[in-house]
Design a protein around this ligand. Sequence first.
Ligand SMILES: [Zn+2]
Length: 253
Amino acid sequence: MQVLILGVGDAFTKKHYGSSALVRAPSGYLQIDCPDPIHRVLHEATARHHGQHGWQVGVDAVDDILLTHLHGDHCNGVESVGFWRYVLRAQGKQSHLPRLHATRAVVDRLWPRLAPAMDTLIGLSRPARLEDYFDIRILNPDGKAVHKIAGLEVRARTTTHYIPTVGVLVSDGERTFGWSGDSRFEQAHIDWLDQADFFVHEANFPPAHTTLDELAALPERLKAKMRLVHLADDVDPTPYGLSSLCEGDLLDI
Ligand SMILES: [Zn+2]
């Protein structure tokens, strides 16, 4: 399984994009979170790998987007994806809706966030709805339910964050990739992510996030298969014995 890192930043970054990733799936791509400016985010991360690995992926080609939660650094790109894909359908260039995967708690509050910008469409006599832009698929966040997405098996687990948030485990049947989602340190969440062959964990300031000290205290076995994102700009985790990722990194899981 290949995973392309799209963004590694936090909500206040001056240098990066919001933490996000693109998983190459048996049938298409699964994007984990959707920061702004998503067209550029995808363009820059995939441009490094054109030809070399067959990555040339834009918003047109990503049919499955999973939203971990509604903080803007993780979901501000949804409006632009929705509009762009609507334009492609209006022009007859595509016929299908992109699928948006999220928990009920996220979906219920997503449209109130988007509606002021998206509830009027030229040519539509009624107010537009979220379902005019996305095929909504509800994730069960119990950590166990398996969701088939683009040929992958995906599980979601509620994290400990200010608002409803999930981490994910993504499996192609042979290898499993983990993504912590935003979370303060929680041993049970680490244990769940330990089912993965390789996982990405967030780190930032407490109390909403996990500290480098907490992650540094994990067993070496776990740290060997963990890489970090969501660090504040210029925070170097190497003195803690930890490694972070860069935008455009391509992981072979
Ligand atoms: Zn957050």
